[in-house]
Design a protein around this ligand. Structure first.
Ligand code: NAP
Length: 304
């Protein structure tokens, strides 16, 4: 990939127009922080009603990703699956059909590392810059602007994006060139797979053993078992709250990407493969659009 002249990169200040594509659970909250910081914001998303709160707060609507890129020197995307990312960037009405030289394109979606490389290459061919910037921290992190943001892309492009990223997250780390942000997110998801199944199995064991689960959690969350899943998802499970959060079908997508990448690298990850299968079973039971804490339902079924 050629290195672009970086002098055309936008200097981000609160007046810089920002384009935002994909205003679902994560994107709507993230975009609202940029609007609150004063940026003129232009949005496009597949289901317009999901942008209603942003439009009410003064964001402009655009009819396509292409129009967003025509209007804005910085375009952020937060859609669902790799085919959605492909459509948004490479479609006839896509971002890359209109991105200007020096444009900064930031994809926050969790997607394939190879797709991030492809976007960066095609952006570079137009004199634009693309960064892969998947996030961790869940719906709570998006709402509170406390996300961990894992970055892949040219150092100058990441530096240019920093003022914007700092409005969204607390941990902002460049990993290396294009695709390395997505690889890092796969490492994140491999850990989460383990903590989710561990948390659910601890709750089901504690229940069968007759423990008071709140009291059990009060003991273990402060010790070596303490983790984000335990703090954020165990309370939802105790309330039988299985709303997303983080969709089961998105987690299956992420674990599938990690397993395919691992196989490509001649690497066996049996723990991840097991958790992936449990989640596939959960989806087969009709729970694909529930939150990932619904793994408890699959374990309950398994245990009668
Ligand atoms: P979501 O609520 O489904 O949001 C995605 C949004 O993108 C939806 O509103 C969807 O439209 C829109 N979209 C999809 N394809 C599009 C297209 N071609 N053009 C325009 N808009 C399109 O999902 P989310 O929970 O925000 O997650 C977004 C991404 O972040 C996923 O890759 C997920 O794995 C990742 N992630 C999620 C979390 C979490 O806790 N939720 C945490 C970290 C990372 P519709 O409304 O029509 O479906």
């Amino acid at each position: 990939m050629t290195t672009q002249p970086t002098d055309k990169l936008p200097k981000l200040d609160p007046e810089t127009p920002i384009g935002w594509i994909g205003t679902g659970v994560m994107g709507a909250s993230m975009c609202s922080h940029l609007r609150s910081a004063g940026h003129p914001v232009t949005v496009f998303t597949r289901t317009k009603s999901k942008a209603a709160s942003l439009l009410d707060a003064g964001a402009e609507w655009a009819d396509s990703p292409r129009t967003v890129a025509e209007r804005c020197p910085v375009v952020c995307t937060m859609v669902g699956f790799p085919p959605d990312v492909r459509q948004v960037y490479f479609g006839d009405d896509g971002v890359l059909a209109a991105a200007q030289p020096g444009a900064l394109l930031i994809d926050f979606t969790t997607t394939e590392p190879s797709l991030a490389v492809e976007i960066a290459e095609q952006a570079a061919a137009r004199g634009a810059f693309a960064i892969d910037a998947p996030v961790s921290g869940g719906d709570v992190g998006a709402r509170n602007a406390t996300l961990s943001i894992m970055l892949g892309g040219e150092a100058a492009a990441v530096d240019a994006a920093l003022p914007l990223l700092q409005r969204l997250g607390k941990s902002i780390v460049r990993q290396g060139g294009p695709g390395t942000g997505q690889h890092t997110k796969m490492c994140n998801q491999i850990v989460i797979a383990g903590t989710m199944v561990g948390m659910c199995e601890a709750l089901i064991y504690g229940h069968r053993a007759g423990l008071d689960l709140e009291t059990m959690l009060a003991s273990i969350r402060g010790g070596a078992a303490g983790c984000w899943s335990l703090d954020n998802y165990a309370p939802r499970i105790l309330k039988r709250d299985f709303a997303p959060g983080f969709f089961v079908e998105h987690f299956i997508k992420d674990m599938g990407i990690a397993l395919r990448e691992a196989e490509r690298m001649n690497l066996a990850l049996p723990g991840l493969a097991l958790v992936h299968q449990l989640y596939v079973a959960l989806k087969a039971q009709g729970h694909g659009r529930k939150g990932t804490q619904a793994l408890m339902l699959a374990l309950e079924t398994l245990n009668g």
